[in-house]
Design a protein around this ligand. Structure first.
Ligand code: SF4
Ligand code: SF4
Length: 288
């Protein structure tokens, strides 16, 4: 079972939820946490895993044989990302814009484009007190997070529970991290900003056809906009965490919530049980 933990914006407590959920489950299940927030992975700060192995991530970028190139411009025409261009007698490639789709080399009529690997990041994995752990790190200055996220997602265990810490926002890296999940927890806070980004996140997961539920963090501030929206859109609020200075203190020290305040463990186990019920209900409904 794959449960992703996402949020429309950064700073809502997504990693707090993902790490505490994984830690709460690890004594009763085979659990793995994948940190797909590859631009700024921080689950390791909370879980302090011992990393045992790593693998570099490459994307395939074009290399043009300029001697044989006829400057026909077909490659530039098919590249949706403007990563290859022909200017008169010059042909230029922009590897940092390249998505490694291979269209230019496939469609070059002269077959003069080869490909070479360009390192864009690294995946590291290991364990943290019985919890499987994988994270990806995008190389500083690189913009292409999805290939690193795809590589992180090659390492889930297939016979247990996988918790995915998703990058913030609603762009391509988020879609890459969430797709294939059985359920998505959307972490938000009860403020107008939180509501705005939450609605965008809901639209994204619905577009992907993935069931979702909300986790309301820092409850007690702001207004009732998020609750009203959830009611209107039939989105269950599966866990509510109050604004609490002790929780903030634990977070700032890199201490997981369920380690610093073990009384929260039952709430996370209850959250997971509710997620399982919702997945089962959906599976029954889609089988009809
Ligand atoms: S498609 Fe091939 S031959 Fe045409 S400009 Fe590009 S690299 Fe040169
Ligand atoms: S591999 Fe794809 S993205 Fe990269 S230059 Fe070629 S067409 Fe553009």
């Amino acid at each position: 079972m794959i449960v992703s933990v996402a949020s429309g914006k950064g700073g809502t407590g997504k990693t707090l939820i993902a790490t505490s959920l994984a830690l709460s489950l690890k004594d009763r299940d085979n659990v793995q946490l994948l940190d797909c927030d590859v631009e700024e992975p921080n689950a390791h700060i909370f879980l302090k895993p011992s990393l045992t192995d790593s693998e570099k991530v490459y994307i395939r970028v074009p290399v043009v044989d300029e001697e044989k190139c006829t400057r026909c411009g077909k490659c530039a025409e098919v590249c949706a990302y403007h990563a290859i261009a022909v200017f008169g007698e010059h042909i230029l490639t922009f590897p940092q814009l390249c998505h490694g789709c291979g269209a230019c080399s496939y469609l070059c009529p002269e077959k003069v484009i080869s490909e070479e690997g360009r390192e864009t990041g690294v995946v590291e994995w290991g364990h943290s007190d019985g919890l499987g752990f994988v994270h990806g790190k995008l190389t500083v200055g690189e913009a292409m997070a999805p290939p690193v996220i795809r590589k992180v997602k090659e390492y889930p265990n297939n016979d247990g529970t996988v918790i995915i810490d998703v990058p913030p926002g609603t762009s391509c890296p988020v879609v890459e991290a969430i797709k294939g999940s059985d359920f998505c927890l959307l972490v938000t806070e009860p403020t107008p900003f939180g509501l705005n980004d939450f609605t965008l996140a809901v639209e994204t997961v619905r577009e992907l056809g993935i069931p979702c539920g909300a986790v309301l963090n820092r409850a007690g501030v702001g207004d009732a906009g998020v609750q009203e929206y959830c009611q209107k859109e039939d989105i269950p609020i599966l866990l509510t965490i109050p604004l609490d200075t002790e929780i903030a203190r634990l977070y700032s020290r890199g201490t997981p919530l369920v380690d610093g305040m073990p009384q929260w463990k039952d709430s996370f186990l209850e959250l997971f049980n509710r997620v399982k019920v919702l997945i089962d209900e959906r599976n029954r409904y889609t089988k009809r």
